[in-house]
Ligand binder design. Structure first.
Ligand SMILES: C[S@@+](CC[C@H](N)C(=O)[O-])C[C@H]1O[C@@H](n2cnc3c(N)ncnc32)[C@H](O)[C@@H]1O
Ligand code: SF4
Length: 455
């Protein structure tokens, strides 16, 4: 961003949601609970496919930057006991949705799911294979920490049908790693990638972060160039979310060395330039993919989606989250399980068929309309409001207030509006969340303070 554009910073600063859902999790309340979840799951049409997300909130060591709700659990039996709870929650869900349901996407995330003992992981995966009909082209993925992947795990993952793994790298610079409390050598990263691909887990995603303490433009560009040389299939490039009011360990970093908004934008631009130069295609807000990757095809065919895990090729209308803090998204509404593993275990022990849900949101017709618009803005960078009006039988002029709120962004060159066609410009890519926020009827100045920096 050049000096002429830097005044954009003052006008588009502040905090905004990442719009991995709409309504966002800020709208969840305990007005929605296990009985809603039960009703929504049991009324899913039998022919509708589902996706599964399984959450494991444990790590081998904790990184100070990490915004995830994770803990170190040294006792392997306790980690196996958590896996048994996942198995049991799945059993309760199957009792509601019926066995043999088509599964199009299966993702394990965390935390670090490979902290589960291999035998426990095998039991849960075998139960999923038995109780679901996994589509032949299903993406079956898992998050791994390159510093701590047990040597026998890559072969196990291949045996259990995993075809994609996502590894955290963040930044290769020793000073930045020291500030973040995550020391990870180049060899750990490249050996992990080789071990996974060597075992047959072919598709690899790498996570990078900009905006961390002590990062600078030259350093993040070096990291991007080195990581690109490993030829991952996808890269996620996250802006560091500094939320010390939610995650106290972030305050242990040298926060005085956090880059400011202009530096964050420069770092993002530097990574973007390297990854495009290396042949990766930009996807949405924060992804880059190899042109051969399924996400590149989804982008080209307009079938890219966004859910709680970020960008996805998955088009199943139902996402079922399993495990502590996991979120489900169903046509009736969204629900979230108890966040801590202790609270999750307590709820699971309540009775033989309790669902461990503690909050959620019921979807109204207007929520579906706005969710569709926001997903298109975040994925395709364009939305035709006329087509949305026709699809949902809305009156002419329905989006007039939003179109007028877009006018300053049109003047700033962030978005083109032609009739009812809204197109995010390349300059507007960094401001995608601001454009999506125009359609968010729940966002208030007060609620925005709960989110991380929008740039
Ligand atoms: C569950 S972790 C990744 C898997 C594995 N535990 C690891 O660290 O390698 C998912 C990703 O979230 C991202 N992340 C975590 N905390 C973040 C924060 N505060 N801001 C931005 N990204 C963050 C990191 O890029 C991290 O790799
Ligand atoms: S970045 Fe990964 S390993 Fe580090 S605390 Fe977060 S989830 Fe755990």
């Amino acid at each position: 961003m050049n000096a002429a554009d830097s005044s954009l910073l003052s006008r588009y600063g502040g905090n905004l949601p990442r719009y991995t859902s709409y309504p966002t999790a800020a709208q969840f309340s305990d007005a929605v609970g296990p009985e809603d979840s039960r009703a929504w799951l049991s009324s899913l049409p039998a022919d509708q496919p589902v996706s599964l997300y399984l959450h494991v909130p444990f790590c081998d060591t904790l990184c100070r930057f990490c915004g995830c709700n994770t803990a170190v659990l040294r006792n392997a039996d306790a980690r196996a006991a958590y896996a048994a709870l996942l198995h049991e929650e799945l059993r309760r869900i199957i009792a509601l949705i019926g066995p043999g349901r088509r599964l199009t996407h299966l993702q394990w995330g965390g935390g670090t799911p490979t902290t589960l003992p291999g035998s426990a992981m095998r039991r849960v995966m075998q139960a999923i294979r038995r109780d679901f009909d996994i589509a032949p082209d299903a993406e079956v993925s898992i998050e791994v920490d390159p510093r701590h992947l047990p040597p026998d795990y890559p072969a196990l993952l291949h045996e259990l049908g995993f075809n994609r793994a996502s590894m955290g790298v963040q930044d290769l610079d020793a000073n930045v790693q020291d500030a973040c409390g995550r020391i990870q050598s180049w060899e750990q990263t490249s050996d992990c990638l080789d071990a996974l691909r060597g075992a047959g887990v072919d598709s690899i995603n790498i996570d990078l972060i900009y905006g961390l303490p002590r990062q600078d433009t030259a350093g993040v560009a070096r990291t991007a160039r080195a990581v690109a040389s490993l030829r991952p299939d996808r890269l996620a490039v996250f802006g560091y979310a500094h939320v010390p009011w939610k995650q106290k360990r972030q305050a242990l970093m040298p926060v005085g060395a956090l880059p400011g908004p202009q530096a964050r934008i420069d770092q993002r631009a530097a990574i973007d330039a390297v990854l495009r130069d290396e042949g990766f295609l930009p996807v949405g807000l924060d992804h880059y993919v190899s042109p051969r990757d399924s996400m590149a095809r989804a982008l080209a065919t307009g079938s890219l989606h966004r859910n709680f895990q970020g960008y996805t090729t998955d088009s199943a209308p139902n996402l079922i989250g399993v495990g502590a803090s996991a979120i489900s998204s169903l046509p009736g509404g969204m629900t979230q399980n108890a966040v801590s593993s202790a609270a999750y275990a307590r709820l699971m022990a309540h009775s033989a068929d309790t669902l461990p849900v503690v909050r959620g949101v019921r979807l109204r017709p207007d929520d579906h309309v706005r969710a569709a618009i926001i997903e298109q803005v975040m994925c395709a960078l364009r939305v035709n409001l006329g087509q949305v009006r026709a699809r949902y039988h809305l009156s002419a002029g329905h989006f007039a207030p939003e179109l007028s709120r877009l006018a300053p962004m049109v003047a700033d060159g962030l978005v083109h509006v032609t009739g009812e066609q809204v197109q995010v410009t390349e300059k507007g890519r960094s401001f995608m969340r601001h454009i999506a926020a125009v359609f968010d009827r729940y966002l208030t100045a007060d609620s925005a303070t709960r989110h991380a920096s929008a740039l």
